[in-house]
Design a protein around this ligand. Structure first.
Ligand code: ADP
Length: 201
C-alpha cells in the first residue's frame, strides 16, 4: 500500500486532518491512539508499567496516570527511556498488525514524534507535516485540554522544532492561526487526490 507518515506538533491539527483522510477512504493508524489503548484500563502495557514504576503511577481506574507520568518523565530522562522501552515495542507491534490488515486507497500513519524517532523515513513513501505557529498551537491545546500555557509550552519544548519538521516534509499542510477550516479541508483534499493518483501508479 502507498504509505504516508503524517506528523505535526501538538495542536497543529493532525488528528483533524487524519479524520478527513479517513472520511475520504484512506486507512488511518494513529500511534497516539494505540499508546492510549495500551495504557487504558486493562491495556497491554499496564502491568509492565506497574511493575517498572510501582502502583502509584496507575490511577484507581486502572489506567496509566498520565499527569503523574508526564511529571516523572519530565524530571527524569531515564524514566522516559524506561517507559519508552516498554511502550515503543508494543506500539510497533500493534501498528504493524493493523498495517497488515489495513484497507483503503492509501495508508496514513499518524505519528506525533515521527521526526524525533527517526525510524519512519524508510517505512513511508511520503512524509506530510501539518505546520502551525507555536502561539496558535498553545491556544488550540488550551481550548481542547484546559492545560496551562506553561504546561503546553513544556510539552512543545520536548518536541521537534517547526523547522526540523519542515526540513523532512515531502508535503506541508499549513494550518496556522489564519487558516480557516474550509481552507484546511480544501488543502487536505488536494493532497488526498494527489496521493490516490500516486497510489494507483
Ligand atoms: P493535534 O492532533 O495535532 O494535536 P487536533 O487535530 O486535535 O491537533 O487540533 C487541535 C484543536 O484545534 C482541535 O480542537 C481542532 O478541532 C482545532 N483546530 C484544528 N485546526 C483548526 C482550524 N484551522 N481552525 C479552527 N480550529 C482548528
Amino acid at each position: 500500500m502507498y504509505k504516508i507518515g503524517l506528523t505535526g506538533g501538538i495542536g497543529s491539527g493532525k488528528s483533524r486532518v487524519a479524520d478527513l483522510f479517513a472520511d475520504w477512504g484512506a486507512a488511518v493508524i494513529d500511534t497516539d491512539v494505540i499508546a492510549h489503548e495500551l495504557t487504558s484500563p486493562g491495556g497491554a502495557a499496564i502491568e509492565s508499567i506497574r511493575h517498572e514504576f510501582g502502583p502509584d503511577i496507575i490511577s484507581p481506574t486502572g489506567a496509566l496516570d498520565r499527569q503523574a507520568m508526564r511529571e516523572l518523565v519530565f524530571e527524569s530522562p531515564q524514566a522516559r527511556q524506561r517507559l519508552e522501552s516498554i511502550i515503543h515495542p508494543m506500539i510497533s507491534s500493534v501498528t504493524q498488525k493493523r498495517a497488515d490488515a489495513a484497507q483503503g486507497c492509501y495508508l496514513v500513519f499518524v505519528v506525533p514524534l515521527l521526526v524525533e524517532s527517526g525510524r519512519w523515513r524508510d517505512r513511508v513513501d511520503r512524509i506530510c507535516v501539518v505546520d502551525c505557529d507555536p502561539e496558535t498551537q498553545i491556544r488550540r491545546v488550551q481550548a481542547r485540554s484546559g492545560l496551562t500555557p506553561e504546561a503546553i509550552a513544556r510539552i512543545m519544548s520536548a518536541q521537534a522544532s517547526r523547522e526540523a519538521r519542515l526540513a523532512v516534509a515531502d508535503d506541508v499542510i499549513v494550518n496556522d492561526g489564519r487558516t480557516s477550516l474550509d481552507e484546511l479541508v480544501r488543502h487536505a483534499r488536494e493532497l488526498h487526490e494527489a496521493w490516490c493518483m500516486r497510489a494507483r501508479q
